[in-house]
Design a protein around this ligand. Structure first.
Ligand SMILES: NC(=O)c1ccc[n+]([C@@H]2O[C@H](COP(=O)([O-])OP(=O)(O)OC[C@H]3O[C@@H](n4cnc5c(N)ncnc54)[C@H](O)[C@@H]3O)[C@@H](O)[C@H]2O)c1
Ligand SMILES: [Fe+2]
Length: 379
């Protein structure tokens, strides 16, 4: 038996923030980061919470460490929060999820029934509908994907206007996270008809609208479509799981501090080739992942008369998109310290293999595979 559970209520499109007007007589904690606060975004969100007392915690930083969660729990306690509204990128939404969970344990408050809203300002992680929160252990340079149904936000508000201020590089990186979620969930060991439908739509939307959103941040249609794609890909991987692309991205991102979407994007063409495994034919057939990539190529109207061409064209299309939106192809081009990468190779490989997301990769992953993919993106 499998489950596809869409319990988060999703409000989308221009004006979606209006949903917040329904929150009444509550002490609300807005969780955000300093930059969003300087842009006046929490203020704008608070203007819809007219019948509430609002406090703002703006201590989130990208790839939030445990210390941010601890400080957020203090803010939660100080204002006696009765509802939490996360306003920011995946880092903020993840931090807010963890803050609620820790508050439940250490402050002994029943956060399970408490209203919690996720208001994404990037179109990337899909965290507004997932059971995951990625927290970083800075000392050990490790990223932990926490996973629990209790982490899932009750309400997601996808207002494209909030993403307009995201600069091209943030838009590009986050957008490639969406593509990676959808392409990993499409072939993961947990894929199903429901997640496949979400993946096919999300992938089509990304290829069409991500270049437009990067080229012109004020293109509201492109922003809206990317926001929807991000949420759909989140619903897909929440049901189906991810794979070694994310396992390696967490390992490398934790050590080298490369934006999550960017490292995913660099790995993606290599992981597609690894999963398709075109060198292996069993009883006259390529593996399921290769055949599904061919199907995805057809969805995208790419030439795919056979599996090999379908896979090859899908990989080329992902590489082309990376180039178009300014994502470097290698760690060297990204400016990473390659000597450091070589030094940390064993640790990186071990962390990627141990990452929970690697477990649902369609092709069983061994240390030698991770080493090879790592070598391929080094440059
Ligand atoms: N929970 C999940 O299911 C899940 C899935 C994938 C990734 N993640 C995690 O999410 C994090 C990445 O999130 P992200 O890609 O959304 O980036 P982010 O939240 O780290 O934000 C990146 C930067 O963009 C800025 N920013 C965000 N929105 C902006 C806007 N509208 N205008 C201007 N600047 C803006 C932020 O201030 C920040 O400096 C990583 O830690 C990653 O591991 C979580
Ligand atoms: Fe991701």
């Amino acid at each position: 038996m499998q489950e596809f559970n869409v319990s988060t209520k999703v409000y989308f499109g221009e004006g979606a923030l209006e949903r917040l007007r329904r929150v009444e007589d509550k002490r609300v904690l807005i969780v955000t980061d300093r930059f969003m606060n300087q842009l006046g975004v929490p203020e704008r969100v608070a203007s819809f919470l007219t019948r509430c007392t609002v406090s703002v915690f703006d201590g989130v930083v990208p790839d939030p460490p445990i210390e941010v969660v601890t400080a957020g729990v203090e803010a939660f306690r100080d204002c006696g929060a009765q509802a939490v509204v996360a306003v920011g990128g995946g880092s903020t939404i993840d931090a807010a999820k963890a803050i609620r969970e820790v508050a439940k344990k250490v402050l002994d408050v029943d956060t399970d029934k408490m209203e919690c809203f996720a208001v994404p300002t990037t179109s990337g992680t899909g965290s507004e509908v997932t059971d995951y929160a990625v927290i970083t252990d800075r000392e050990r340079g490790l990223k932990y994907p926490l996973s629990s149904r209790a982490l899932r936000p009750m309400v997601a508000i996808l207002d494209p206007e909030l993403t307009v201020s995201a600069p091209p590089s943030v838009t590009a990186d986050a957008g490639m996270d969406v593509l990676t979620h959808a392409l990993e969930a499409y072939v993961s060991t947990g894929y199903n008809d429901f997640s496949d439908a979400m993946c096919e739509k999300a992938v089509s939307l990304v290829f069409r609208f991500l270049p437009l959103a990067v080229a012109d941040g004020n293109d509201l249609l492109a922003r809206e479509k990317m926001h929807n794609a991000s949420c759909m890909a989140g619903l897909a991987f929440n049901s189906a799981g991810l794979g070694v692309n994310h396992g390696m991205a967490h390992a490398i991102g934790g050590k080298l501090h490369i934006a999550h979407g960017r490292i995913n994007a660099m790995l993606l063409p290599k992981v597609l080739a690894f999963n398709a495994d075109l060198a292996t034919v069993h009883k006259g057939e390529y593996c399921v992942a290769a055949r599904k990539y061919q199907r995805m190529a057809k969805v995208l109207d790419l030439p795919a008369p056979n599996v090999r061409l379908g896979v090859t064209n899908l990989i080329h299309e992902a590489e082309k998109l990376n180039r178009k939106i300014g994502i470097p192809a290698t760690l060297k081009a990204q400016g990473a310290d390659l000597d450091k990468v070589k030094e940390m190779k064993e640790e990186l490989v071990a962390a990627a293999l141990a990452d929970a997301t690697t477990a649902t990769n369609p092709r069983p992953v061994e240390a030698a595979h991770v080493e090879k993919i790592l070598a391929e993106i080094m440059g």
